[in-house]
Design a protein around this ligand. Structure first.
Ligand code: NAP
Length: 306
């Protein structure tokens, strides 16, 4: 079986009446897409609920998201996950956007309902569940600092924290105009969360970290060995919770993970989010609880095999 299919493959199946066995009923679309572990997470769950269908990867170039989604809906797909770089394009490609996805500014899950494309976001609620699982508390109890509060993931997490009643939110982004714009946006709807921007430099971060409970890395830094630790040395303590949205093959620690371990801080990485956003997508598609332990096992095995 190839790592991924293309829109041409789908068109050919449609024209010739071909199908996979079991038939493709769910997919993740993105560019690139061959690395996605979502099939290994979702296919065991589909088998567990007895669905005669499989989850595949489809390579979809920028600018063709709507065409792809409509083609898949016509072919009997139940749902589609949307990943980099299409989460914004998908917002305009669907027939209806769930209010939370609209507020978070991105669609990462599409459900086909009566032939209509309905867009959801499972990253935000997946983040909340991940925090609960990893740290045994929820964001209403935590002062949160988000690094990368200008990119798609950092934005979704920041907005979700404010919606979840986080008392204090510190927004950090290399390009500061973006974190300032996000601060204004969050303040326009959230009465209870105090939002501040913090500059991306050692002195500013060092000054604010004693007033932070949860540190979230929503940047793409930390995946490579050569990525430097961007938290000032010796500024993490065992009182901090650290959530790196990035993860590395084979469960290797990210640079932030290494700093958290050295400080004895509670830590989790992007694998937790991958699992919980996947489970919530499953719930949008099937409107039933996801077999989370089966999904966790499939994902863990796939990541360890990398
Ligand atoms: N585990 C999961 O399920 C999950 C889900 C979503 C995302 N993620 C991960 O989260 C990361 C961000 O994804 P995204 O979709 O938000 O990407 P994005 O929209 O491209 O945003 C990238 C962010 O990283 C910052 N950044 C990039 N290079 C930097 C550098 N050298 N120094 C400082 N900041 C830098 C950017 O800052 P500027 O604004 O200044 O460019 C921006 O805030 C990715 O690694 C992705 O894999 C994981």
């Amino acid at each position: 079986m190839p790592d991924f299919y293309t829109l041409q493959d789908l068109a050919q199946w449609q024209a010739n009446g071909e199908t996979l066995i079991p038939p493709a009923r769910l997919a993740v679309i993105g560019d690139p897409i061959g690395h996605s572990k979502s099939p290994q997470m979702h296919n065991p769950a589909l088998r567990e609920i007895g669905l005669d269908g499989q989850y595949i990867r489809v390579l979809v170039p920028k600018g063709t998201v709507e065409v792809a989604l409509r083609q898949m809906a016509q072919m009997g797909f139940i749902g589609i996950n949307v990943t980099i770089p299409h989460k914004f394009e998908a917002l305009d490609a669907v027939d209806e956007v769930d209010p939370l996805a609209r507020r978070l500014g991105a669609v990462n899950t599409v459900a086909v309902r009566d032939g209509r494309l309905v867009g959801f976001n499972s990253d935000g609620p997946g983040f909340l569940r991940s925090v609960e699982e990893a740290f045994g508390t929820d964001v209403s109890e935590l002062r949160v600092l988000v690094l990368g509060a200008g990119g798609g993931a950092g934005r979704a997490v920041s907005v979700q924290c404010a919606l979840g009643g986080c008392p204090q939110l510190f927004l950090v982004n290399r390009t500061e105009e973006k974190s300032r714009a996000l601060k204004n946006e969050i303040q326009s709807f959230s009465g209870s969360t105090v939002v501040k921007t913090v500059s991306w430099n050692d002195a500013a971060l060092r000054a604010v970290l004693p007033d932070v409970d949860l540190i979230v890395n929503g940047t793409s830094l930390g995946m490579k060995d050569e990525d430097e630790t961007f938290i000032p040395a010796n500024s993490l303590t065992k009182m901090h919770c650290v959530f790196d949205m990035v993860y590395r093959p084979g469960g290797k620690l990210t640079s932030l993970g290494q700093a958290a371990a050295a400080a004895n801080a509670a830590y989790t990485d992007g694998r937790t989010l991958l699992l919980h956003q996947g489970a919530i997508s499953f719930e949008f598609w099937f409107q039933r609880p996801a077999p989370i332990e089966t999904m966790r096992k499939g994902l863990t095995e796939a990541l360890l095999a990398q």
